[in-house]
Design a protein around this ligand. Structure first.
Ligand code: ACM
Ligand code: ZN
Length: 764
C-alpha cells in the first residue's frame, strides 16, 4: 500500500493534536505519523481489553476475520500475550483515540468505549476492502501500516437521518446502513418514523396505527405525481417496525456507538395517524383522511386538532412507548411545514387560542409544541424539532435542526441560547441530484455534488461567536420520496455520506478536495465488499453551452480534477485517444459532441452527448427578466426535468423575452419548447404572443396561441413544442406569455403558483 504524505494543517478545534490527512481513512484522522512496515493480523493475534464494553467492540471487529479470513483472533479481558492492547487514558478527548501500530503490536488508548471503537474503525478502513465482505478470501494479507494516529471529532453530534416513512426500508437494510455509518464514525441515527405516507413503528396501545397508518396505495408515478387513494381502493404498500425490530435496531446501533433518535411528527405531516384516528384531526377537515402515496396536494394540510385534549393524550401515550423503546436522550417532535388552513377554520382551535390568549395560528403551534416538549422534558429527555419552531416562542430546552435553505433559521434559536444541529437542505439533503442530471435517476430540485457536501462549513462567518458553541453538529438527511428500493437509498447516500462524515469529524478549515478523493477511492472497496450501491456521479461531465455572437461556446467540466475529458465532434464514441478537452471551444454549425472522463486509459464517467443544432436564433442574445435565459438560444434542448439547467423559468407571473436575430431576417416558423410537469406545478402558459420589430421599440404582433384551463392542467409530464407558422420579417422577436394562475382544486399543487419553463426558441 503506497501512501502519500500530504499537507499538515494547524488544528483549530482539537487543540490536543495536529491535523494531517495522510491515511486513506474517512473521516481523515486529526494527526498521523507513518512508519515503515506493517502489522499483520493472523490466527495468532490476541486482543487484550479491559472491560466488557471494550470486549464487545473488539469482538465485533475480529468477527470480520472469521467471515473473510478464515481465522478468529483471540479476544479477552486482561488476556495474556495480547498484541492488540486496549488501555484507558482519561486525558484523551471524548470519542477520541490514540493508535500506535508497530510491526509486532498495536496499542489503542482512549478515554471511553466510542474512542476504542473508532480506533478499530480506522484499522477497519486500512485493511483491504474485503475485510467488509462476508466471503472467505484467499491470498490476502490482513495488514495495516506501522503508524501513529491521534484523533478526535470536531462535533459530538454526527448524524444520519433516514426517512423510513416515504420508503419503508427493510430492517436488514437499515442495519446495513448503520454499519456503514459506524465505519464513518457517525454517532446518531435520526429515524423519521412518521409522515403523511406511513406510520412505521408499532405502538401497542393504538393498533390502527399499524393496521391503517402503515399502509398506502402503491403508485407507479414519481412521488409528486402520485394520485391520492381513491374511494374503493385498498392500500397495498407499506409496513412498520415491530417493537422487537426497534429493539434490534437500537441494540445493533448501540454496539456500533450509534444513538438512535426517533422522530414522531406533529402537528402536521401525519396523515398516517390521522387516517387511523380521524377524530384527532380538526373537524374542519370534514372529509375522509387517507395515507398518502405521494405529494398529496391539499391533503398534506390535514393536521392534529390543537383544540382537542385527546390529541395530547394520544401523543403522550405514543411517546411513552417510544421513550421506553429508545434509550436515546433525544426525542424529535417534528414541527415542520405545518400548514394551518384547517386550524384557521376550526372552532376548537379558535377556543384554544382564546383560552390560552394566543395571538395567531403560529402561536397556536407554539402552544402545541411547548405542551409536547414539556412532556418529553418531564421524562428527563431532550426534545428536538425542525427550524419552523423558531416561528413562535421556542419551547424551553428544545434543540433545533436547521434545514430550510442553508438552515439559517436555526441561528434564531441560537440567538435565544438554544442548541442546534445543521442539516441544510441546500447541502445536506441527499434527496437532491448529485451530479449532471441527465445521468441521474429522477429526484427533486437542484444539485448537491459530493464536492458541495465536502466543502460545506457549518459555522458561517456572519454568526455571533456564541452560536458556534451552541452548534452541536451536523446531519445528513436522507429523504426517500424517490426511493423504491434499498439500492435507491444507497445510491443517493453514497458516496456523499463519506463527505458528510468528514464535515462532522474533521477540524474546521482543513479541506483538500483532491486529497479527499484519493481517500474516497481507497474506502470505496469497503462499500463494494458490503454490496453498497454507491453513485459514480463524480465522474460525469457538466456542460454549459452559451450563445456567443451567432456561435455556441461549449464548456465542459468534472468535479474530479484527476480525470481527463476526451471528446469527439464526429459522432464517434469518445476514447482515450480522442481530443483532450483543455478549454471552451466554439461551434458554428450543427454538431454532435460526445465526451467522457478518462483516468489511466479507462473511461470513468458516462458518455455525455450534446446534440447541438443551429437555427436563425441559435447563438443570438436574449433579454428577459429571469436568470439563465441564455439556454433559449444555446442550440440544446432540455430533458423533461426543468432543473437540468437547460430550462429557464418564470414563477407565478406573466413574462416575456426578446431575441435579437442580429439582422432583419425572414421568419417562417417559430418553435417554442414548453414543459408540463403536473407533479411539480410546471405548466404551459395560457396564452403566448409573438411580435417582431426592427428597432426593438415598436413591435408588431404576428401570432398568438391560447390554451384552455383544462389543457394547461391536464395531468402529464411532457415536453411540448408550441409551433407558429408565419410569414414575416424582423430583427427582434419578442415572446410574451400569460401565466395560467393558481393550480386548481384537486391538483397536485392545489392553490400554488405555476412555473412556466422554456428550453429553446427555434426560428426558421
Ligand atoms: C423537512 O424537510 N420538512 C424537515
Ligand atoms: Zn382544530
Amino acid at each position: 500500500m503506497k501512501r502519500q504524505l500530504l499537507t499538515t494543517f494547524v488544528v483549530v478545534c482539537c487543540s490536543l493534536f495536529t491535523w494531517a490527512a495522510t491515511l486513506p481513512v474517512i473521516p481523515a484522522p486529526v494527526s498521523t505519523t507513518e512508519g515503515e512496515g506493517y502489522f499483520e493480523f493472523d490466527e495468532g493475534t490476541v486482543f487484550s481489553v479491559e472491560n466488557a464494553e471494550q470486549l464487545k467492540a473488539a469482538e465485533l471487529f475480529v468477527s470480520h476475520f472469521g467471515d473473510c479470513a478464515g481465522f478468529l483472533p483471540a479476544v479477552g479481558i486482561g488476556i495474556d500475550g495480547g498484541n492488540v492492547v486496549f488501555t484507558t487514558d482519561s486525558s484523551i478527548p471524548a470519542e477520541g483515540y490514540k493508535l500506535n501500530v508497530a510491526a509486532d503490536r498495536i496499542d489503542i488508548k482512549a478515554a471511553d468505549t466510542p474512542g476504542f471503537f473508532y480506533a478499530l474503525q480506522t484499522l477497519r478502513q486500512l485493511l483491504p476492502g474485503a475485510f467488509d465482505g462476508c466471503k472467505l478470501q484467499d491470498g490476502i494479507r490482513w495488514q495495516v501500516p506501522v503508524m501513529q494516529v491521534e484523533d478526535c471529532p470536531r462535533f459530538g453530534y454526527r448524524s444520519l437521518m433516514v426517512d423510513v416513512a416515504r420508503y419503508f426500508l427493510p430492517k436488514s437494510e437499515l442495519l446495513k446502513l448503520i454499519d456503514v455509518a459506524a465505519m464513518l464514525k457517525i454517532n446518531k441515527l435520526h429515524l423519521h418514523l412518521v409522515d403523511d405516507t406511513g406510520w412505521r413503528i408499532e405502538i401497542k396501545r393504538y393498533p390502527r396505527l399499524m393496521q391503517v397508518g402503515a399502509w398506502r396505495m402503491h403508485r407507479d408515478e414519481p412521488f409528486p405525481a402520485r394520485p391520492n387513494q381513491r374511494p374503493g381502493e385498498t392500500p397495498n404498500e407499506g409496513g412498520y417496525y415491530t417493537q422487537d425490530d426497534i429493539r434490534d435496531i437500537v441494540a445493533f446501533a448501540a454496539e456500533r456507538q450509534i444513538e438512535v433518535i426517533p422522530e414522531i411528527e406533529m402537528p402536521a405531516h401525519t396523515n398516517s395517524s390521522l387516517a387511523a384516528y380521524p377524530e384527532l384531526a380538526c373537524p374542519s377537515v370534514g372529509e375522509p383522511i387517507t395515507v398518502l402515496p405521494g405529494g398529496g396536494g391539499r391533503n398534506t394540510q390535514f393536521i392534529y386538532c390543537a383544540g382537542n385534549d385527546s390529541v395530547f393524550t394520544f401523543l403522550q401515550n405514543i411517546l411513552d412507548e417510544v421513550m421506553e423503546l429508545f434509550p436515546s436522550r433525544y426525542i424529535h417532535l417534528g414541527g415542520d411545514e405545518a400548514v394551518k388552513t384547517y386550524w384557521g377554520r376550526c372552532p376548537r382551535c379558535k377556543a384554544r387560542m382564546e383560552a390560552e390568549h394566543l395571538a395567531n395560528l403560529e402561536d397556536l403551534q407554539g402552544y402545541f409544541m411547548e405542551r409536547m416538549s414539556d412532556y418529553v422534558r418531564s421524562k428527563g429527555k431532550t426534545p428536538l424539532g425542525w427550524d419552523e419552531l423558531t416561528n413562535h416562542k421556542l419551547p424551553d430546552g428544545i434543540v433545533i435542526c436547521g434545514w430550510r435553505g442553508f438552515g439559517e433559521a436555526a441561528t434564531k434559536a441560537a440567538a435565544q441560547g438554544h442548541k442546534f444541529v445543521m442539516t441544510p437542505a441546500r447541502v445536506l439533503y441527499f434527496i437532491r441530484y448529485q451530479g449532471p442530471q441527465w445521468f441521474e435517476p429522477v429526484t427533486y430540485f437542484g444539485n448537491i455534488t459530493l464536492k458541495n457536501v465536502y466543502e460545506y462549513e457549518p459555522v458561517q462567518p456572519k454568526w455571533a461567536p456564541e452560536y458556534e458553541d451552541l452548534l452541536m453538529g451536523v446531519q445528513a438527511s436522507m429523504w426517500t420520496e424517490f426511493c423504491r428500493s434499498a439500492d435507491d437509498v444507497q445510491y443517493l447516500l453514497f458516496p456523499r455520506l463519506l463527505a458528510a462524515a468528514e464535515v462532522a469529524w474533521c477540524p474546521k478549515g482543513v479541506k483538500d478536495w483532491e486529497e479527499f478523493l484519493h481517500r474516497t477511492d481507497a474506502v470505496l472497496p469497503h462499500l463494494d465488499a458490503m454490496g453498497i450501491n454507491y453513485a459514480r456521479s463524480m465522474f460525469n461531465i457538466d456542460h454549459k453551452l452559451t450563445p456567443n455572437d451567432g456561435k455556441i461556446t461549449v464548456e465542459m467540466s468534472c468535479i474530479r480534477p484527476d480525470v481527463e475529458i476526451r471528446y469527439t465532434t464526429d459522432g464517434k464514441e469518445p476514447a482515450q485517444d480522442s481530443k483532450l478537452y483543455k478549454k471552451p471551444f466554439d461551434l458554428k454549425k450543427a454538431t454532435v459532441v460526445k465526451a467522457a472522463t478518462f483516468r489511466s486509459g479507462k473511461q470513468e464517467g458516462k458518455t455525455l452527448t450534446l446534440n447541438v443544432t443551429f437555427n436563425k436564433a441559435t447563438g443570438r442574445e436574449v433579454t428577459s427578466d429571469v436568470a439563465n435565459d441564455y439556454v433559449l438560444t444555446n442550440g440544446l434542448r432540455g430533458s423533461d426535468r426543468h432543473t437540468d439547467f437547460e430550462w429557464t423559468g418564470w414563477y407565478g407571473k406573466d413574462g416575456s423575452f426578446t431575441v435579437d436575430l442580429g439582422k432583419r431576417t425572414s421568419i417562417k416558423k417559430v418553435t417554442l419548447g414548453c414543459l408540463t410537469n403536473s407533479g411539480m406545478g410546471v405548466h404551459t402558459p395560457s396564452e403566448i404572443r409573438l411580435s417582431v420589430s426592427d428597432d426593438n421599440k415598436r413591435f408588431r404582433q404576428v401570432a398568438s396561441a391560447k390554451h384552455s384551463h383544462e389543457d394547461v392542467f391536464k395531468v402529464r409530464t411532457a415536453i411540448e413544442d408550441e409551433v407558429f407558422d408565419l410569414n414575416t420579417r424582423g430583427r427582434y422577436l419578442k415572446v410574451e406569455f400569460t401565466n395560467p394562475g393558481k393550480c386548481p382544486v384537486g391538483d397536485f399543487k392545489e392553490g400554488q403558483d405555476v412555473w412556466i419553463y422554456f428550453d429553446e426558441i427555434i426560428v426558421e
